[in-house]
Design a binder for this molecule. Structure first.
Ligand code: TXA
Ligand code: MG
Length: 320
């Protein structure tokens, strides 16, 4: 039985016992375990069916805790942590020896952030260890932004889901690493790159797949709905060429005019990127549950959070 509750005491017990608990963050829900307990961390990979060359993000209770997990912290990283933590920015830094290869997949670096969710911050303050937590979805599928999404994925494979409501950002953290002093972006995310560049200057983008991706959120096929999905610039035009029975469309701001009986979801009627990213995954979950023949998704303007959303959509529709 999985317990779904907003009472942190159950998550505290579960995590102290060396088991896995699902936790809310401001970005998406995570599947969390004690970073110092290898057996617990291994369970995360098993439950998610995640390849073990895909390292986890370490969640800290405070910026002061950073030196316990990372070393040789570049001054720009400290500046970013000061500016954005608690928040949706993950920093990739050289790891301390105490961090297990199971957390970092054998890398010498560790990805780390202080999440900005009141329940999870309170939880972290009651634990003697940071939490390793990837998104709480089976590997490759759409990330969860509420407790029900997590439950639907894992049913009774986890003891407890800490229910913190709907995630306000709705898209994963932005990941920044360093090549010497040069900041490098590994994953577009909930904090727009433009905001980060205001603090650190121009950032190099390393967001493309390579043989050994630095951030496997970069694997081409990821965040994928089960429904056959296409990312298109001009939905009205595409609709004219389609003869499928049950069609769904996911649009940024405006409905399309069509005589076909299609299901239309609008990410943000006011064209607000934040609202669009908050709704993105939950709408994809809903559309995926409608047994559609086909889902057409509209590309967003490629600026600000539109870039992060387009990045996820590109991976959601990519051919295997
Ligand atoms: O918003 C988020 O970041 C959420 C919440 C739960 O915090 N977590 C999340 O975790 O998105 P996950 O596992 O789905 O994505 C973690 C990403 C992966 O793409 C992984 O490759 C990258 O972080 N990562 C972890 N350690 C890394 C490292 N040492 N170097 C480069 N990338 C790393
Ligand atoms: Mg993920």
């Amino acid at each position: 039985m999985t317990l779904i509750t907003n009472d942190i005491s159950y998550a505290i017990k579960t995590l102290n016992k060396g088991n896995v608990a699902a936790i809310p963050t401001e970005t998406v829900y995570g599947l969390a375990a004690n970073i110092f307990d290898e057996t617990a961390v291994k369970q995360i990979f098993e439950i998610k069916n995640r390849p073990n060359n895909n390292p986890l993000i370490v969640h800290l209770k405070s910026t002061e805790q950073l030196k316990e997990v990372a070393k040789e912290i570049p001054p720009l990283a400290t500046q970013l942590a000061t500016q954005f933590w608690p928040g949706a920015l993950t920093l990739v830094l050289n790891k301390q020896d105490c961090i297990s290869d199971w957390v970092t997949s054998g890398k010498t670096t560790v990805a780390v952030r202080v999440p900005n969710h009141p329940l999870t911050l309170e939880l972290l303050h009651h634990l003697n260890f940071p939490l390793a937590a990837p998104s709480a979805n089976p590997f490759g599928s759409i990330s969860p932004t509420n407790a029900k999404h997590v439950f639907d994925y894992f049913q009774n494979k986890i003891d407890v889901i800490l229910d913190g409501g709907n995630c306000p950002n709705g898209i994963e953290s932005t990941i920044i690493g360093f090549e010497g002093e040069q900041p490098v972006l590994y994953r577009f995310g909930a904090i727009p790159i433009e905001e980060i560049e205001k603090i650190v200057g121009p950032i190099k983008v390393h967001n493309k797949d390579s043989i050994a991706p630095s951030a496997p959120g970069m694997f081409t096929k990821h965040y994928a709905p089960k429904t056959k999905s296409f990312l298109v610039e001009d939905i009205e035009k595409k609709l004219k060429s389609i003869s499928s029975e049950k069609i769904g469309v996911l649009l940024f701001q405006n409905k399309v005019k069509t005589s076909k009986p299609i299901v239309q979801y609008i990410l943000s009627p006011t064209g607000d990127f934040k609202e669009a990213s908050k709704n993105l995954y939950s709408y994809l979950h809903e559309l995926d549950a409608l047994s559609l023949d086909i889902l057409l998704i509209e590309k967003l303007p490629n600026i600000n959070l539109g870039k992060s959303i387009n990045d996820r959509l590109n991976r959601a529709v990519a051919e295997l």
